[in-house]
Ligand binder design. Structure first.
Ligand code: NAD
Ligand code: SER
Length: 310
């Protein structure tokens, strides 16, 4: 019987992923866990530090877990402020889960990678699945190393680990956790508060983004696909919508004519400049049927109508 553990369940992705997994597989089949207690009842829940391998094993055995979705990590902007800790958390957490699968304690792993695996020497437009990868951030370095380890554990030990290089994810239920793409969520809060938005990226900085519902569907589709369809054992490129701060500002302005923006780039500009502007996700479509549903107008409409500023 399938029994899922989501590690990092109180974060931006975890909050929505746990809900959707419980809709599909039943509340008691999905154990939420985080180092941070959830704001609302999220039972069944376990307080767990992913860096504590023994505690992880004990939770896995207690609940007879078969699959782990590992979301705990430091994201790009936060990681740059504490590179050594980011490396430790992002790598130790992954090894603790990979080793459980190697020892046949669990059957399957989902671990997210990121567009951050690419770097300034990567082709920026329609970035291919297989290309030059020289990330310049500690976050990107940890994600690229993680991808190589996932492929290694798959090849050497037969571990069933599946992964997506998420673009910037946009959602209204939980705030983002310290990434470079966070501006595309923050901007809606300013718009709803009728405040001028001060954007930390330049107006003409394109980045790949995606509405959270698409990302959650992709994640579960990937995990539920027959194993023989998963041909890429490192991580799949996934594209949603590519836009600049100016593009999203203009889309929001259609919903509120009075909305204003100013551009005040900070250290996150150089991170964004090192990432792709758009992604080629042909392999995800061919291998397991991926297709994005949300475009920029749909995303802007949903976000504008649903962000809560109280
Ligand atoms: P987030 O920061 O919103 O959530 C991460 C969660 O992990 C937090 O609730 C945090 O409390 C928890 N956590 C931190 N340290 C922990 C520890 N030691 N043990 C257990 N839990 C711990 O991040 P997110 O946006 O939900 O991202 C989840 C994953 O997806 C990360 O691996 C991230 O790199 C990846 N990703 C996210 C995006 C995005 O746009 N959100 C894009 C690409 C990849
Ligand atoms: N949204 C993430 C970040 O900006 C991309 O991995 O860090």
């Amino acid at each position: 019987m399938k029994k899922i553990l989501v590690v990092g369940s109180s974060g931006q992705i975890g909050t929505e992923l746990v809900n959707e997994l419980r809709n599909r597989f039943g509340r008691e089949s999905v154990i939420a866990s985080d180092i941070r207690l959830p704001e609302e009842d999220n039972s069944p829940f376990e307080k767990l530090d992913i860096m504590d391998g023994a505690a992880l094993k004990s939770v896995v055995e207690k609940h007879e877990i078969t699959e782990v979705y590992l979301l705990a990590a430091l994201l790009s902007a936060t990681a740059e402020k504490n590179p050594e800790f980011a490396w430790k958390l992002n790598m130790d957490g992954l090894f603790n889960v990979l080793n459980l699968a190697k020892d046949k304690v669990i059957d399957k792993i989902f671990w997210p990678s990121s567009i951050a695996v690419f770097g300034p020497t990567t082709p920026r437009t329609n970035t291919p699945q297989f290309t030059v990868m020289e990330p310049s951030t500690v976050y990107g370095i940890s994600k690229l190393a993680g991808e190589r380890w996932c492929e290694y554990y798959s090849a050497q030990y037969g571990v069933d680990v599946r992964s997506i290089r998420y673009p910037g994810l946009i959602s209204y239920t939980s705030l983002p956790g310290g990434g470079t793409t966070d501006y595309a969520v923050d901007i809606f809060y300013s718009a709803k508060r009728k405040e001028k938005y001060s954007c930390f990226l330049k107006e003409d900085t394109p980045l790949p983004m995606m509405y959270m519902e698409d990302a959650i569907r992709a994640t579960i589709d990937l995990m539920e696909a027959p194993v023989e369809q998963i041909k890429i054992k490192s991580s799949y490129n996934l594209a949603g919508i590519s836009f600049t701060p100016k593009d999203i500002y203009q889309e929001i302005k259609k919903l509120d004519q009075s909305f204003e923006i100013e551009y005040s780039p900070d250290f996150r500009q150089s991170i964004a400049d090192s990432w792709p502007g758009s992604i080629d996700d042909t392999r995800a479509s061919e291998d397991w049927g991926w297709e994005a549903k949300y475009d920029l107008p749909a995303l802007a409409h949903i976000m504008f109508n649903n962000v809560q500023t109280d």
